[in-house]
Ligand binder design. Structure first.
Ligand code: DLL
Length: 443
């Protein structure tokens, strides 16, 4: 199998995607003023928040003035359950999605016909940026339903004229049969599900029967090391794409074939990077980076003003050779609320993944278990190793364990106990992976 499957550079909508920065920023300002006005007039929740902050729509005279507006949080949107954040009457709403609600009340999002048109357009841009064309047969293995991943991708693919296999997530053996029988050339899912499918494919030894050439992965954080593992095991060219249901779904930003950061659809979203602790815009978004805050510039059903995503990333400065002018964000390095504090040291699950996958013989499946022994936090990492190594002599296993512990300690600045486990021992996910089990009592 080859990983050198870099597709040709194509752009779906050059007029918008390659717009000169000056023109783009003028458009952003006009749209920002419009959306703030709409939020003020039509959504009681925003009106109250803006009044409390002493700001009115007329205060927005430049793009930097966005920082005068109050933030919106997931809890704020939950408080508007189900429809209080809607800015249009229900007869104009044609679709409703919702976040899973596993950690509390669901957040509900609505779309007008115009919103769905915009979304399909942004998805068509994303697919084209990743090298997908109307000749492709695309297996969408994201969940369909309230989750925005499946249906969001579906409509963009139809817009560019690709053939969609709307299989949804799960039924993993069948996914592989479908890939073979229908000659899927593109797989779209979370990176962790992609890895699980790759593992099943390898088990049945059937990778050579597949026609996969592209993998579009998103919906959760994943490292460049994971990209290499996916490209190698699936034989695809893998790109990242980012989004969140509160502001649209997938389609907020996407990598192009350069695989160097994700172009933000800045004609529809205004991005800011803030210090997650103070809430102040960071001084150097291209260096230190910060938490992504997004304002929707065109959404009709639910305008979202300064949504705190908790996603940590930075902006990338140089121009991209692909010709797009939309600013690029780096891969999301972590979610600020995923941070673990282990004996006073901040640890992000992504650091663990990056360190693990830099070691030969370690499979891209792991789990982090945090517990407390007496007053001490204990960080344990369950690491799957290859079958050969797992059944190898004790001395080899011990050397591997020591090597992983050393690598982790260097990366995390805190000791982690490593437990080598046999292949298949850590949980597999059909959607977003749950990497951390924290058994410490909170608060
Ligand atoms: O996950 C939307 C989506 C679907 C994006 C499919 C891409 C592909 P939510 O369920 O609302 O929406 O979850 C949003 O997922 O705040 C990030 O923390 C995380 N996330 C999404 N894409 C990425 C990515 C969808 N490419 C939350 N890298 C976001 C890192 C991501 N994290």
């Amino acid at each position: 199998m080859t990983t050198s499957k870099k597709p040709a550079n194509r752009i779906w909508n050059p007029a918008c995607e390659c717009m000169p920065r000056g023109e783009l920023e003028a458009l952003q300002l006009k749209r920002l003023q419009g959306i703030v006005q709409a939020a003020w007039e039509k959504v009681g929740y925003y009106r109250a928040k803006m009044e409390a902050a002493g700001v009115t729509p007329t205060d927005i005279r430049s793009l930097a003035d966005v920082a005068k507006l109050p933030f919106t949080t997931k809890d704020d949107l939950r408080g508007c359950f189900p429809y209080q954040a809607f800015a249009v009457p229900m007869e104009e709403v044609v679709r409703i999605h919702a976040s899973s609600g596993t950690t509390g009340q669901a957040t509900v999002v609505g779309y007008t016909t115009q919103d769905l048109d915009t979304w399909s357009e942004l998805m068509a841009r994303l697919h084209t940026a990743a090298g997908l064309t109307n000749c492709d047969i695309v297996q969408v293995a994201f969940g369909y339903g309230f989750f925005t991943g499946g249906i969001g991708h579906h409509y963009g693919l139809e817009k560019i004229g690709a053939a969609v296999l709307p299989i949804s997530s799960g039924k993993s053996e069948r996914q592989i049969q479908i890939m073979k029988d229908y000659g899927s050339t593109v797989l779209i899912c979370t990176p962790s599900y992609g890895m699980y499918l790759a593992e099943l494919i390898q088990k049945t030894g059937s990778a050579s029967d597949l026609r996969l050439r592209l993998g579009l992965f998103g919906g959760e954080a994943w490292s460049d090391e994971m990209r290499r593992a996916l490209e190698k095991s699936l034989g695809v060219f893998a790109t990242d794409n980012y989004g969140l249901s509160e502001v649209m779904g997938p389609g907020v930003s996407c990598e192009c074939i350069e695989q160097q950061g994700m172009h933000i659809a800045e004609d529809h979203f205004l991005p800011e990077l803030i210090d997650p602790t103070t809430g102040v815009p960071v001084a150097d978004p291209y260096g230190e980076g910060g938490e992504m805050v997004l304002t929707t510039l065109t959404k009709e059903a639910i305008p979202v003003v300064r949504y705190r995503t908790h996603d940590l990333c930075r902006f990338l400065a140089d121009e991209c050779p692909c010709g797009r002018t939309g600013r690029r964000m780096s891969k999301v390095s972590a979610r600020s609320d995923d941070m673990l504090i282990i004996r006073g040291v901040n640890v992000y699950p992504q650091q663990v993944e990056k360190a693990l996958l830099s070691i030969d013989g370690v499979a891209p499946h792991y789990q982090i278990v945090v517990s407390r022994e007496g007053a001490l936090d204990v960080l344990e990492v369950l690491v799957e190793v290859t079958e050969a190594l797992f059944f190898d002599e004790m001395t080899k296993q011990q050397a591997m364990k020591n090597n992983i512990e050393r690598t982790l300690e260097t990366a995390l600045a805190v000791h982690a106990k490593v437990r080598l486990v046999e292949p298949g021992r850590t949980p597999r996910s059909e959607g977003k992976a749950v990497r951390v089990i924290d058994t410490r009592t909170k608060g």
